[in-house]
Design a protein around this ligand. Structure first.
Ligand code: IMP
Ligand code: MG
Length: 180
């Protein structure tokens, strides 16, 4: 897929906005995990969209974190059991404090399936931190414990988020408007 020829980027969250929010989130997470009595966190990056946010959060957290990476996708099939494809899995999480780091929760379908699947593996705790939350698009209930920014129902790119794999490297988050 080539880069679209005609498009406009409308900045919604600047690099400074994001850096400030990452610090606020990290401080909250640190405080919460002290309360939880957790000595460390297993910080899990949901590839690929969360990669930039993950790297910044990781470097801001004070709580010792171990790293792991997962790649998942989902498709809406005919079975109500749901269809989650795990193309890169994490190691054993039993008894560990797992914090999933995601780019954006949209309908909530993927995260709802993933959280259910990981809960079966008996972590000591399981929480979700998402850079963006498109709450108006939610169709499946997902507890998002930490939200970076409330997102409008628009197509967003940058700071890890992509359109056909492009735009992930933008240092800010923008609405992508494709020309006809
Ligand atoms: P959900 O299962 O509908 O919640 O899908 C969430 C996934 O769709 C996210 O993890 C993103 O990878 C992708 N996604 C949803 N909205 C956007 C967007 O505005 N920009 C880029 N990716 C998006
Ligand atoms: Mg994602």
């Amino acid at each position: 897929m080539p880069l679209p020829e005609n498009y406009e980027l409308v900045e919604l969250f600047s690099a400074d906005d994001i850096a400030q929010r990452v610090h606020e989130l990290a401080a909250r997470i640190d405080a919460d995990y002290i309360k939880l009595g957790a000595k460390d966190i297993l910080l899990v990056c949901v590839l690929r969209g969360a990669c930039v946010f993950y790297a910044d959060l990781l470097r801001t957290l004070q709580t010792p974190a171990r790293l792991d990476f997962m790649q998942v996708s989902s498709y809406v099939g005919q079975q109500s059991s749901g269809n989650l494809i795990i193309s890169k899995d994490i190691e054993n999480i039993e008894g560990q404090h797992v914090l999933l780091v995601e780019d954006i929760v949209d309908t909530g379908y993927t995260m709802q399936l993933l959280l259910k699947r990981l809960q079966d593996r008996k972590p000591a705790s399981l929480k979700l931190c998402s850079l963006l939350d498109k709450a108006a698009a939610r169709r499946y209930q997902v507890p998002v414990d930490y939200v970076g920014f409330a997102a409008p129902e628009k197509f967003l790119v940058g700071y890890g988020l992509d359109y056909n794999s492009y735009f992930r490297g933008l240092p800010y988050i923008a609405e992508l408007i494709l020309a006809e």
